[in-house]
Write a protein that binds this ligand. Structure first.
Ligand SMILES: Cc1cc2nc3c(=O)[nH]c(=O)nc-3n(C[C@H](O)[C@H](O)[C@H](O)COP(=O)(O)OP(=O)(O)OC[C@H]3O[C@@H](n4cnc5c(N)ncnc54)[C@H](O)[C@@H]3O)c2cc1C
Length: 486
C-alpha cells in the first residue's frame, strides 16, 4: 500500500515508541528546510544540466551516461568515496543480467587489474558471465569506478556531500523538482538542474519532494499479484552484515564445517560451502566473502534503528569471528550494515511480480532485467523463484507519480517488494541507471520535461549504445537459457 511518512510511522506503531527510543524524536522534526530562507545557504548556488544523487551501482552509470550525452553533471555522494554497496556494504559479488555498458566495462577492468587469483580470468568475455563465482575487494571497486568518473570531463563528483532536502515548486497539480540542498563542509548549498536523479538506494530525494512511496511487504491483493503474502506484515527484507576473512598463518586451515552456507571462494564454480572437503582442499583460496549475520531492522530509513541493527549483527557475528581467529584468519567487516530494502518510490507504473514471472516487455521498456526472485525473509516456492527469464523495466517506473524534473534509478524504482527482490541486483540497477542518465540528459538538453520525452527516441538512443535488447547485442539466444551452461 502506498503511504506517506506520517502513515508509515503510525503503521509501525512507532508514534508511541518515540519517547522510548532515544533519537526517534528526530522524526518529529523531519520537516523540509525553508529553502526560501537564503540565510541558511552559506555557499553559492551551483547549476548544471543533471544532478545525480548517490554514487552507487545505479548512480555512477547514470552520471556517466548523462555526461556522455553532453550534459554537465554533478554527482553527489554522502560517503567519502564513490561506489555504494560494493564499497561500503562489501556486496562485492554480482548476480543477474544484463552485464553490459558501464557495468561490463567495470567487470572487465576489475578482472584485468584486481583479480583475486592475480591472473585475470580468461573466461570473462562478452557478457561477463562464465558460471564462476567472481568477487573483488571493495577497494578495487573504488579505484575502478573513480577512474571511470575522473575520465568523464562533464562530471563533477562531490563526496562527503549528503543531500538533505529537495528543491520543489508547485506546478499545476504536480511537484516540479528543480534541484537539491546539499550539506558541504557543514554548510548548506543549493544545486539546481532541470533534472535530478534519485539513486540513493533510500529514495530520500523523492520522499523529500513529497513523492508517495511504498515501504515493506505488500499484500497480494494490493497489486493483484499471483503470489505473496495474504496480509502485509510491514517488514522489509532483513539486513546482512557482510565481511571478508583472510588467512594470516601459512598453516591455517579454513574451518569449513562451521560455515554451512554463505561463504564464497573466488573464481570458482562452486560456493565454498557446496564443496566437498577434498574439493575445498584443492582450491582453498585463502580469502572468503561471507554473508555474515542477518538481522531485522524495523525501519531502514531511521539512523537510530539502523545503528541498533548494526550492533546486533556484530554481536551475532562474534562467535564466527572467534572461530576464524583461532583458525588463523583475520576478518574485515563492512563499514555499513547491508540494507537490502528501503523506500520504493511510487511511479507512473508499478512493476509486479507477475510482470517479472511472465517476462513482460513493456512498450516503454528502457532497461532489460534477468534474475530470480530473491526475497530474503519470505518463503517462495523454489520452482517459481527460479523460473524467471528476461523481462523489461518500463520508463514509467522511473518517473515518480505526480512529479516533474525527477527520475529514480536502482533499487528504489517503482515496483512491488517481490518484483524488487529480482531487479535490486547490481547489473540490473546499473542498466536502469544508464537508462535514467540517458533520459535525464536528453530531457535536460532538449529543454523538455522527463514526462514529455519521446520514449521511442530514448529507446533508439539506448539501442545505439548497445543497451537495449542486450541479448541481441551479445548474440545470445535467450531461449536456450545460456546462463545455465556458461
Ligand atoms: C547484504 C546484501 C547482499 C546483496 N547481495 C547481492 C549480490 O550478491 N549480488 C548483487 O548483484 N546484488 C546484491 N545485493 C543488492 C545490491 O547490492 C543493491 O540492491 C544495489 O547496490 C542497489 O544499488 P543502488 O545504486 O540503487 O543503491 P546503493 O548501492 O545503496 O547506492 C546508493 C548510494 O547513494 C548514496 N547516498 C544515499 N543517500 C544519500 C544522500 N542523501 N546524499 C548523497 N548520497 C547518498 C549512498 O552512500 C550510496 O553510495 C545485495 C545487497 C545487500 C544489502
Amino acid at each position: 500500500m502506498a503511504i506517506n511518512r506520517r502513515q508509515f510511522i503510525r503503521s509501525l506503531g512507532l508514534g508511541a515508541a518515540c519517547t522510548a527510543i532515544p533519537g526517534t524524536s528526530l522524526w518529529a522534526s523531519d520537516k523540509s528546510l525553508n529553502t526560501k530562507d537564503e540565510r541558511l545557504f552559506k555557499l553559492p548556488t551551483l547549476k548544471c544540466d543533471v544532478i545525480v544523487v548517490g554514487a552507487g551501482p545505479a548512480g555512477i552509470p547514470a552520471a556517466i551516461a548523462a555526461a556522455r550525452e553532453g550534459a554537465k553533471v554533478i554527482l553527489l555522494e554522502e560517503d567519502m568515496l564513490p561506489g555504494g554497496a560494493p564499497v561500503d556494504m562489501y556486496v562485492t559479488y554480482m548476480c543477474g543480467a544484463p552485464r553490459i555498458g558501464v557495468f561490463l566495462d567495470m567487470i572487465k577492468e576489475l578482472n584485468r587489474k584486481h583479480s583475486l587469483s592475480i591472473t585475470p580470468s580468461s573466461t570473462i568475455k562478452d557478457w561477463a558471465w562464465d558460471g564462476k563465482q567472481h568477487w573483488w575487494l571493495p577497494s578495487a571497486f573504488v579505484q575502478v569506478l573513480d577512474g571511470f568518473i575522473e575520465s568523464e570531463k562533464n562530471i563533477t563528483l562531490m563526496c562527503a556531500s549528503p543531500v538533505v532536502d529537495t528543491l520543489v515548486a508547485a506546478k499545476g497539480n504536480r511537484n516540479q523538482v528543480y534541484g537539491v540542498c546539499v550539506m558541504r563542509q557543514g554548510m548548506l548549498q543549493k544545486i539546481e538542474a532541470p533534472v535530478t536523479i534519485d539513486a540513493t538506494g533510500t529514495g530520500l530525494v523523492a520522499a523529500k519532494a513529497g513523492c508517495e512511496y511504498f515501504y515493506g511487504s505488500d499484500a497480494r491483493k494490493d497489486f493483484n499479484e499471483s503470489i505473496g503474502l495474504e496480509k502485509s506484515d510491514g517488514r522489509v527484507q532483513p539486513c546482512t552484515m557482510m565481511y571478508i576473512s583472510q588467512r594470516t598463518r601459512s598453516d591455517a586451515e579454513f574451518p569449513l564445517e562451521a560455515f554451512k552456507t554463505g561463504v564464497l571462494d573466488h573464481d570458482n564454480v562452486k560456493w565454498a560451502s557446496q564443496q566437498t572437503p577434498q574439493e575445498f582442499a584443492e582450491i582453498d583460496s585463502g580469502i572468503y566473502l561471507h554473508w555474515g549475520a542477518t538481522v531485522e531492522c524495523k525501519d531502514t530509513t531511521d539512523s537510530v534503528l539502523v545503528a541498533e541493527a548494526h550492533r546486533q549483527a556484530i554481536k551475532k557475528l562474534e562467535p564466527q569471528f572467534e572461530i576464524l581467529r583461532s583458525a588463523g584468519y583475520v576478518t574485515h567487516v563492512a563499514p555499513k550494515l547491508g540494507i537490502r530494502e528501503c523506500r520504493r518510490i511510487k511511479g507512473e507504473y508499478v512493476i509486479t511480480v507477475d510482470d517479472v514471472l511472465k517476462g513482460v516487455m513493456h512498450d516503454d521498456k528502457v532497461a532489460d532485467a534477468w534474475y530470480s526472485l530473491d526475497p530474503w525473509g519470505m518463503k517462495v516456492d523454489a520452482k517459481i523463484k527460479n523460473s524467471v527469464g528476461p523481462y523489461g523495466i518500463p520508463y514509467r517506473s522511473l518517473i515518480p507519480a505526480q512529479t516533474e524534473g525527477l527520475l529514480t534509478a536502482g533499487r528504489i524504482i517503482s515496483g512491488t517488494r517481490l518484483a524488487m527482490s529480482s531487479y535490486r541486483v547490481q547489473p540490473i540497477c546499473s542498466t536502469i541507471g544508464e537508462a535514467a542518465g540517458t533520459a535525464a540528459a536528453m530531457a535536460s538538453l532538449q529543454k523538455t520535461g522527463v514526462r514529455n520525452l519521446d520514449v521511442r527516441q530514448l529507446q533508439e538512443r539506448l539501442d545505439q549504445k548497445g543497451l537495449f535488447d542486450w541479448y541481441r547485442h551479445v548474440n545470445m539466444n535467450v531461449n536456450n537459457k545460456p546462463w545455465k551452461n556458461k
